[in-house]
Design a protein around this ligand. Structure first.
Ligand SMILES: [Zn+2]
Length: 220
């Protein structure tokens, strides 16, 4: 058995591609159309894993699959290779937010770490949303003020249209020529981070957001 090698966001992307293929079968699309959808899906999936071994490539190849059952089996098999979110303790979380003396902690036992790109929870009493993410192999956390919006919008992290919260954080990012500069970053993100984690297919935006918030990136 090869080691776990699929990240949550990658798994979600594969899931979306499989859904497209299943859908074209269901709509009785012409064989050449289905073939094109499958070829594109295969290309996108393989591109995610440039260092895949032969065994992994075989496992990821979906070109021979036809029925819903075959695709379900394919997804189920890939699930075994999901890299879980790093295990984290309450003590570690507290250390990430040293200034917050009344830190509300998430119920870590109830969170499915297998399907997580980032860990998030809210403190309703203070309107704060916490985000924990692995940045360059180091677990980091930020806290943001949030406002729940009445109108649905697109989430910056996962691009899903749904219930969002407006989050804002003051970054520690400094402008090279102006040491007093502080930039506030605002974003619409899913209020329900469990849903967000199921939809996110790319963590680039999330990564940049965390880097900027933590001041690890110079603002231009
Ligand atoms: Zn989202």
């Amino acid at each position: 058995m090869t080691e776990k090698y699929i990240k949550n966001a990658e798994f979600n992307l594969i899931h979306n591609q499989v859904a497209l293929i299943k859908d074209s079968y269901k709509k009785n699309a012409a064989p050449n159309v289905i073939q094109a959808v499958k070829d594109l899906a295969n290309t996108k999936i393989i591109e995610l894993f440039p260092n895949a071994t032969i065994e992994q490539k075989e496992m990821l190849d979906l070109s021979a699959l036809k029925t819903d059952q075959e695709y379900d089996k394919y997804m189920k098999q890939l699930q075994d290779y999901l890299i879980p979110f790093p295990k984290i303790s309450e003590a570690q979380l507290k250390k990430m937010f040293p200034k917050n003396k009344k830190l509300k902690l998430p119920d870590l036992d109830k969170i499915n770490l297998d399907q997580l790109s980032y860990l998030s929870w809210v403190d309703i009493s203070t309107n704060k949303k916490f985000i924990v993410f692995e940045l360059e192999e180091k677990m980091v956390g930020i806290e943001c003020k949030y406002n729940l919006l009445q109108k649905d919008n697109i989430c910056s992290f996962c691009n899903r249209f749904g219930q969002v919260a407006y989050i804002s954080t003051i970054t520690k990012a400094k402008k090279a020529k102006n040491p007093d500069y502080y930039k506030a970053i605002g974003n619409y993100i899913c209020f329900d981070s469990k849903e967000c984690n199921k939809k996110i297919t790319n963590v680039d935006y999330l990564t940049t957001f965390l880097q900027e918030s933590l001041g690890e990136k110079t603002v231009q």
